[in-house]
Design a binder for this molecule. Structure first.
Ligand code: DX5
Ligand code: ZN
Length: 216
C-alpha cells in the first residue's frame, strides 16, 4: 500500500483549516506542502508562515517540497516551521551532498526532487544519503497537469538503483497522479503518491484518498 501525500496546493486557501481537518481524519499519512519562489519555477505559492500554521493543525508528517533557488539558506527556517521532511531539487543545488547533510543535521529527513528532463545519473552517487527521492512526473510549478508517461520507466530505473545500493530511500511520485494511473505508478516502484487535483477537486476528497491508498 502506498503512502498518500495530498498536496495542499490544490486546497481552498480560504479554508485551509477545513482541508487540514479532512486530511487529519483521512487515510493520508503525509501532508505535501509545495513551496515556490518564482525563480526556480515560474510560480509563487506559499512560504514559511503557512507551513508553520499547518504544522500546528496536524500531527501527520509535513512533507515540504522546496521549489526554490539556494534552498540551503532556508533549511533552518523550515525546520523551525515544523517540516519533518525537507526536499530540495537537484537542479537547484550545486552542492547536493552538503545540502542533504545540512537537512539531516537539523533533524529532518532529506529528500531530493528531480525534474522530468534530469537523468537519474545526477543523483546516483548520493542516493544512499537521501531518505526520499521525489520524481517529478510534471514540470514543477503548477497543480493539475498531465502525467508524463515516460516517468514510469524512470521509476523502475530508480527502484533498481536503490535496490542495488541496498538503500532504504523511498520513491515519491509528484504530478498528475490520478485514480486511473496510480496502479501503474505503484507497480513501477513508487512508495509515496502525491495528489493535489485528484484529492481536492474530488466531490469526496477523503474517499479519493481511500481509493489511492488501497492501490497495490
Ligand atoms: C507541482 C507540485 C505538485 C502539485 C501536484 O509543481 O510539486 O506537488 O501540487 O498537483 P497534481 O496532483 O494536481 O498534479
Ligand atoms: Zn510537490
Amino acid at each position: 500500500m502506498p503512502i498518500i501525500a495530498p498536496s495542499l496546493l490544490s486546497a481552498n486557501f480560504l479554508q485551509l483549516d477545513k482541508a487540514c481537518e479532512m486530511l487529519n481524519n483521512s487515510e493520508a499519512e503525509w501532508f505535501h506542502l509545495d513551496v515556490m519562489d518564482g525563480r526556480f519555477v515560474p510560480n509563487i505559492s506559499f512560504g514559511i508562515p503557512v507551513v508553520s500554521a499547518i504544522r500546528k493543525a496536524t500531527k501527520k508528517i509535513c512533507d515540504v517540497h522546496l521549489m526554490i533557488e539556494e534552498p540551503q539558506n532556508f533549511a533552518e527556517a523550515f525546520q523551525q516551521a515544523g517540516a519533518d521532511i525537507l526536499t530540495v531539487h537537484v537542479e537547484a543545488c550545486t552542492h547536493l551532498h552538503r545540502n542533504l547533510q545540512q537537512i539531516k543535521s537539523l533533524g529532518m529527513k532529506a529528500g531530493i526532487a528531480i525534474n522530468p528532463h534530469t537523468p537519474l545519473d545526477a543523483i546516483k552517487e548520493v542516493i544512499a544519503e537521501a531518505d526520499l527521492v521525489c520524481i517529478m512526473s510534471v514540470n514543477p510549478g503548477f497543480g493539475g497537469q498531465k502525467f508524463i508517461a515516460s516517468t514510469l520507466s524512470k521509476i523502475e530505473k530508480l527502484k533498481n538503483i536503490i535496490t542495488q545500493s541496498n538503500a532504504k530511500t523511498l520513491i515519491e511520485v509528484d504530478g498528475g497522479v490520478t485514480l486511473e494511473n496510480a496502479n501503474a505508478i505503484v507497480k513501477a516502484g513508487a512508495d509515496v503518491l502525491v495528489a493535489g487535483n485528484t484529492v481536492f477537486n474530488s466531490s469526496d476528497p477523503a474517499g479519493a484518498i481511500k481509493l489511492l491508498k488501497n492501490i497495490h
